[in-house]
Design a protein around this ligand. Structure first.
Ligand code: HEM
Length: 369
């Protein structure tokens, strides 16, 4: 299986070996857009994405092969760069199913679990980074390739949907393959140690992919994406002594090993009191969450700085799960997380991620069949 191929049973960009860079974008349908506009948009996006995933321009005439009297189909900045592992993943938000008069004719086909996330303790959500009818996650090992993808897909959407908010991420904070080294987040800790990996078919079936018997049938092979823009108060964190940093996470900053002992991949033990009851890894661990797991795929971000000279930095958290309930349960459990003092959730969204497109078809086809 080509893990980067656009077509397949699942969309690329979920279990795909996590790439180094992210450009994420949320879109709203235009107020007058019709069902035909939505279908044609998903078709046009899928066609362009299938080409870009092969390192091609968005159309056959592309950046420079068309008429000199017309603007080129492709904006051109990815010429010569290749695909660099580009994956483009499309999602459908709850609001798409809630239009006045059911403009898109899809209200009856809405997944029951696709509703807005509840408010969580400590939320400080900003509408400027929250929600959206549609989302696109573009990941690539070259940042320009990811940006080119979002830019061209936004351009293709013209008149049907428009960009609502977007986020660049520069460093992965997870791994989905045992061959990948565990990266570090902006607190300096290894992140992604206990993630679900691409070869763990059993965990993927249990926790990530919507099953054949789950409702609705058109989502089988799909997943649900939760995005949270989480600001990290890095200057405050950086004044914490090392032992406190370790206690907050429940792991050693250097090795990533749990404080209960062993090495990075030793399972943490919560008996014996060496890991604080409110350490992040304990509260996020399956043993205190009814066995629930999620596939994390987030990125570090720095969006400049504040007037006070602090970095506007954080984690753009992305997780894939079989139902958003998995994220909701863990996030509720994290209400007493020692880490809460050093982070703020400032953006949020949830999207249904339909299964992958069949060859010659498009992402979301099952919703309109
Ligand atoms: C584990 C950092 C937010 C869920 C970890 C680890 C670190 C970390 C360092 C240990 C290494 C690992 O296993 O990956 C952070 C930071 C966050 C954040 C810096 C915010 C800025 C969240 C959120 C959730 C979450 C919002 C879900 C609601 C998890 C899970 C684990 C984990 C499920 C693995 C637990 C296990 O099975 O051992 N996180 N995290 N994290 N985190 Fe977070």
């Amino acid at each position: 299986v080509d893990e980067f191929a656009f077509e397949g049973p699942h969309q690329a960009g979920i279990t795909t070996r996590v790439q180094d860079h992210l450009h994420f974008a949320s879109f709203d349908m235009m107020p007058h857009a019709s069902r035909d506009d939505l279908v044609s948009l998903l078709q046009d996006w899928s066609y362009a994405a299938s080409r870009m995933a092969k390192g091609l321009d968005v159309s056959a005439s592309g950046a420079v092969g068309g008429s000199p009297e017309a603007p080129p189909d492709d904006t051109g900045e990815a010429q010569g760069l290749g695909a660099t592992g580009l994956t483009i993943t499309f999602g459908l938000g709850p609001a798409l199913f809630e239009t006045e008069g059911d403009r898109f004719g899809i209200a009856a086909r809405r997944p029951a679990v696709l509703v807005g996330l509840p408010a969580f303790v400590g939320d400080a959500l900003d509408a400027a980074y929250t929600g959206g009818d549609l989302c696109i996650q573009a990941c690539a090992d070259d940042p320009q390739v990811a940006v080119h993808a979002i830019r061209n897909l936004s351009r293709i959407a013209f008149g049907r949907a428009r960009l609502r908010w977007s986020q660049l991420g520069f460093g992965r904070t997870s791994r989905t393959s045992a061959e990948q080294q565990t990266p570090r987040n902006l607190f300096g800790f290894k992140d992604g140690t206990a993630n679900i990996l691409a070869d763990d078919a059993k965990a993927l079936a249990a926790h990530v992919w919507v099953g054949e018997r789950d409702e609705p049938a058109w989502m089988a092979g799909g997943s649900y994406l939760v995005a949270r823009k989480i600001a990290m108060l890095v200057e405050t964190w950086d004044r914490l002594r090392l032992s406190e940093q370790d206690r907050t996470i429940g792991r050693a900053k250097g090795s990533g090993a749990p404080l209960s002992g062993g090495e990075e991949f030793t399972e943490p033990s919560f008996h014996g009191g060496r890991i604080d009851t409110n350490a992040h890894v304990r509260l996020a661990h399956p043993t205190v969450n009814d066995g629930v797991q999620i596939l994390r795929r987030g990125y570090n971000y720095v969006d400049g700085n504040s007037d006070l000279g602090t970095l506007d930095a954080g984690l753009f958290f992305l997780s894939y799960q079989r139902t958003p309930e998995q994220f909701i349960g863990i996030q509720k459990r994290l209400s007493t997380d020692l880490m809460s003092e050093y982070i703020r959730h400032i953006g949020s969204g949830v999207w249904a991620i339909p299964p992958g497109a069949q060859k010659g078809s498009y992402v979301g086809a099952g919703l309109f069949a």
